[in-house]
Design a protein around this ligand. Sequence first.
Ligand code: GLA
Length: 698
Amino acid sequence: MTPVIFSSTSRLWLLRTPNTSYALRLDADDTPRHLHWGPPLTLAQAEQLSAGQPLRVSSFEGPGVGGAELPTDGGASYGVPSLQVRFADGTQAVEWQLMDDRIEGGELEIRLRDRHYPFECVLHYRVYADSDVIERWVTLRHTGTDAPIALLRTDSGCWHLPSRPDYRLTHVAGGWGHEFQLRRAPVPVAETVLTSRRGTTSHHANPWVMVDAGDATEDGGEVWSAALAWSGSWRVTVARDALGHVGWTGGFGHDGISWRLRPSEEWRTPVLAGLYSPGGFGATSRQWHEYARRHVLPRPEEVRPIVYNSWEATGFDVNEDNQKRLAGMAAALGVEMFVVDDGWFGARSSDHAGLGDWTVNPRRFPNGLGPLIAEVHRLGMRFGIWVEPEMVNPDSDLYREHPDWVLHMANRRRTTLRNQLVLNFARPDVAEWAHKWLDRLLTDYQIDFLKWDMNRAFSEAGWPDRGDDAVWLWVDHVRNVYATMDRLRADHPNLRIESCSGGGGRADFGILARTDEVWTSDNTDALDRIAIQYGYSHLYPAQTMAAWVTDTPNWLTERSVSLRFRFLVAMAGVLGIGGNLTHWTPEELRLAADMVTLYKEIRPVVQHGAQYRLAPPDAALTGVQYLAGDRSVVFVWRRTVPFEHPAVPLRLRGLDPAGAYRDEETGAVHLGAVLMAQGVLPELSEDHSGVVIRLSRV
Ligand code: GLA
């Protein structure tokens, strides 16, 4: 199948993915306009679409309404512009002229230039033979020699939906400790902005949207979705007008920041990828997971190791002795990677001081990290360590030496959050300094894993030396973080990185292209985690979702649930352990060792299988199923079942209805058709209990 076709007679491009098509055409005035995003079409069918009746609009509206692939200011268009520029003479409208197009395999570039001003724009599209995800981004170029061009908004693309009787928006919202809470509501006839103005992806919203016609379920119905590969400020505006038009535009940056493009400078937006699926929210998520594996993650085939992390056990009080003790106990459970969290460096004995002084604290580790790492290796585990390279405490040698290295503005206070300030990573000297100490740390010690944290949002995001151009830091900070990670990975090929930002504040396809997993949330309460993991799973695969078993009562919610239940929830992602093992009873340690063994057995299915959400996270009985080849692993969790309200069985998905499946635990054989039609209803007599069912096809 040719992935991209151009018809010169109808000035139309057709993009084809395995199960969908996307079509656009060039208007008489050279504006690329959207035609189709949905089920597969042939070129002839797309041409017929193109020749069809144009939208009937009154003369009060004019013909320019809706549908531009990259809406701009200009003419009678009043929707949300994806591209908004201002030329030196104050003109703030664009008129395009096609230069040419370039098709290479699955890539299409449509090259446009302004009819008058020295300004070029390339619309980029990429399709793959193994995914229905379509990637879009834009490059802009100043081709003149004098005044700069103001870039007021530079989105990666605008996506339009076909006419349907109604529309519904699905997204996630939340905050620290309650990330990824799924929301679903009708799309209002208005402009709905999902955004982060924090300089980072944020806990509060995540850069993806799903829109359906109000009738999609987990198992069926058309869903259109998009995800932005960017870890800084961002904005996606979903617009629905009274004429029935619905679409969204999205990209990096947020309202109120703009850039100046100088002669011969080029501007490239991050990828905003889109996906159409007729298979409901479940299939939509599975397609995004598959896309992440095939086109985003650096090491998708890896079986993720079981991590022990000392944060909830020892807090800032890490030292050689207590870490060795925990390491010994973790190894005995079958843990594969031992991670020392915050507190190992500088004067860091609380979150008030030391951040930025990345030298090993000699009181805590009198002989450096060497002896601990040697012990961890002797125990057969790999070693990891916590770092927060983008931050500094005012009470640190680094800050005393370089007070100008932080984001700040003249005549304004420097707001601290968690007692820290943000280092200006857009500064080449700061990025270079960070790379240097990280590289030395990884060279001096055998470290296989960095938990790269980023614990606060930007404030007073200025760079006084740069005047008007300080605003570039919103983008360059992120680019330099990416570049630092990329360089470290290239020079230390075994390195694994976890993206942490006070929990799940930096999870997106931009950071996932250079990290292996995300610390999903600082909230490790198993009941709360069910909802967090449910929301997370809408875009990101389980193999990136780090989940620890910690102590009870939970430090955040003060809730106590059984150790088995805590394991059963964490085992639905990348299992880790974060409790204080020295306080666990012999029975608890035995149970933990058994659960670790069980996890090792099921993790190829959990981490690399297809995921099916079996019920909403707040259902009395809820759960998730993974399926890989002939094996399926089903987690069932009982929340709170009121008296005489029998729980609804969980119907399994994706099995062969004609097949038979053996329960690996009981040996009982069940028919695929029955498991899917009737479901499973394990006997769980207590609230906050669960079970894992392992099925193999016979
Ligand atoms: C953040 C992380 C935690 C822990 C602390 C250390 O909150 O999310 O897991 O690493 O920082 O200060």
